[in-house]
Design a protein around this ligand. Structure first.
Ligand code: GDP
Ligand code: MG
Length: 301
């Protein structure tokens, strides 16, 4: 078996994608896997957990860890998010540090570079969102970052358009060790469907509400029942918020907001699960859950 792996040159291993919130980590992961497993919004700190995505390539299997953005933490929730991101360094074969072409100068990037100083594994610099800047802007960014540390490679990409992504995958395969597939070929994530469903609902809250509301929200799928005979899945989920006033906003006038969240989430859940979905949403007040260690544990953060 080991001999066979050697001869075939098949590679496998883990790569983490790190970067400050909103640089496009989840967008890249979804593009790489061809399916939406990580939720995306234009607001920072959408991703809260570590998300594992499996890319099957003829030459190897790359297992990506999409981490919550690294940033200086404030609330207990944010501190736990940063911890998850930093802990992934020890588990991987390489790290991709993602920055944005249009906003490469940033304190938070310097902070992330600091966290990377002790790491002895290959570190790639991925410059995302190249579609937003003229080509001439890239060279100065590359020069500036090369002075700060040595990178295995610097790879400009657009996760939105797919530009540079093939090169990105080829470069990662070069540094992965030879080894067999670690997950079945048809598996793209280790996350259970229930979690993905909760995340899709949370994504809609992020997209439709403003200010503190998205950050005060957590989603729990209470019930997930398959009705084989009708190809129908019945899902009951609770959206929890911190205050009564937030509850009112999430429900909206005559329930309009909640209805819209439910409609948009249901469409995506149906696409994800390949079945018709009946989605029942409830909103519940759970005082200060973001600062309550027990509530955080229950929610898996
Ligand atoms: P994350 O917080 O790093 O996971 O970032 P997301 O993947 O959630 O993306 C944040 C925002 O940037 C979303 O609105 C994306 O659509 C947008 N975005 C991501 N990649 C690109 C890109 O290559 N070009 C452009 N123009 N926008 C992008
Ligand atoms: Mg993300």
């Amino acid at each position: 078996m080991a001999e066979e792996v050697k001869r075939s040159g098949f590679k496998s291993g883990f790569i983490s994608i790190i970067g400050r919130p909103n640089v496009g980590k989840s967008t890249l992961l979804n593009l790489l896997l061809g399916e939406k497993i990580a939720i995306v919004s234009d607001k920072p700190q959408t991703t809260r957990n570590r998300i594992l995505g499996i890319k099957n390539h003829p030459a190897g299997q790359i297992i990506f860890l999409d981490t919550p953005g690294i940033h200086r933490a404030q609330s207990r929730l944010n501190r736990s998010i940063v911890k998850v991101a930093l802990a992934t360094y020890s588990e991987v074969d390489g790290v991709c540090f993602m920055i944005e072409a249009d906003r490469s100068d940033n304190d938070e990037n310097d902070f992330i570079l600091e966290t990377l100083t002790k790491i002895e594994k290959p570190v790639f610099l991925v410059i995302n969102k190249i579609d937003l800047v003229p080509k001439g802007d890239l060279l100065p960014i590359m020069e500036r970052y090369s002075r700060l540390r040595s990178f295995e490679q610097i790879i400009p990409i657009s996760a939105l358009l797919g530009d540079g992504v093939e090169t990105f995958v080829d470069e990662l395969l070069k540094i992965l060790p030879e080894g067999p597939r670690l997950f079945p070929e048809d598996m793209i994530t280790d996350l259970p469907e229930r979690f993905l469903v909760a995340e899709l609902i949370r994504e809609k809250v992020f997209q439709l509400t403003q200010e503190e509301i998205p950050y005060a929200t957590a989603v729990v799928v209470e019930d997930f029942k398959q009705r084989e005979e009708k190809n129908l899945i019945v899902i009951r989920a609770t959206i929890q918020v911190e205050r009564e006033s937030q509850k009112g906003i999430l429900i909206g006038k005559r329930g309009r907001m909640l209805k819209e969240i439910g409609r948009l989430a249901r469409e995506e859940i149906e696409a994800l699960l390949g079945a018709r979905v009946f989605l029942e949403l409830w909103v519940k007040e759970e005082k200060n859950w973001r600062e309550d260690p027990r509530a955080l544990r229950r929610l898996g953060y």
